[in-house]
Ligand binder design. Sequence first.
Ligand code: PYC
Length: 272
Amino acid sequence: MADSSKNIHVIDSHTAGEPTRVVIDGIPDFGVGTMAEAREQFGKHCDWLRTSLLSEPRGFEAMVGALLLDSKDPECEAGVIFFNNKGVLKGCLHGTMGLVKTLEHMGRITHGVHSIETPVGIVKAELLQDGSVQVANVPSHRYLSDVEIELQDYGAIRGDIAWGGNWFYLIEGFGPEVKYSNVVELSRFSIEVMHKLEKSGLTGEDGSKVDHVEIFGPPSDSAIADSKNFVMCPGGEYDRSPCGTGTSAKLACLHDSGKLKEGETWRQAGIL
Ligand code: PYC
């Protein structure tokens, strides 16, 4: 008979194709303070738990885990730390949307605005009457523009380094065409870019690794989107959704270049 004290309960969801596994109970107490502290503790001591939850046979590489925790901030409905097949993540907006739908499913929240404490700050998520979720992310900004790197097969390419809750290198006009049939080539290209950035000592403003690469191309249908992206995450798997933190980084770059004004809408399609 199974020992119920060792059972861990999860609820799976997906946001535009990108899966989120929310862990709702059964995890050991690993000394939770702020979500930034919880992230550090989880990363140091709970690799066995991370891999048990996400690796095969229970999970697979593209899955993102979200540990549902209590926040000490009275303003926040919940705290969360995110992780994937490789390690712990910083921010994750598709995962925040998945978490909000999971909290609704559990009967913990109804319509309205809910504050969620994440390791990178408070994200405000609104559960709308039609069941959709709208998020206001942590402040995003462009750190460097037109950063050049040299690749073996593609020669010199340029991109921006920007923060959107994760550090991104954003590329437009270089690399394989952004279309689903190219995901293998896009993956190879973006992993090479990530290695090259690291080798060249190019980091985010706080010195941490640029661990997401985002490539932009024209949308398949300009009536429904302004752009289509491909996003490579740490761990070598691509984001099936348009990537919330990546879209925040993109908005910061567009605004900084004077291409998007406050209040204007940008519709970002993902690779699917
Ligand atoms: O939506 O922010 C996001 C995200 C990051 C990694 C995968 N999805």
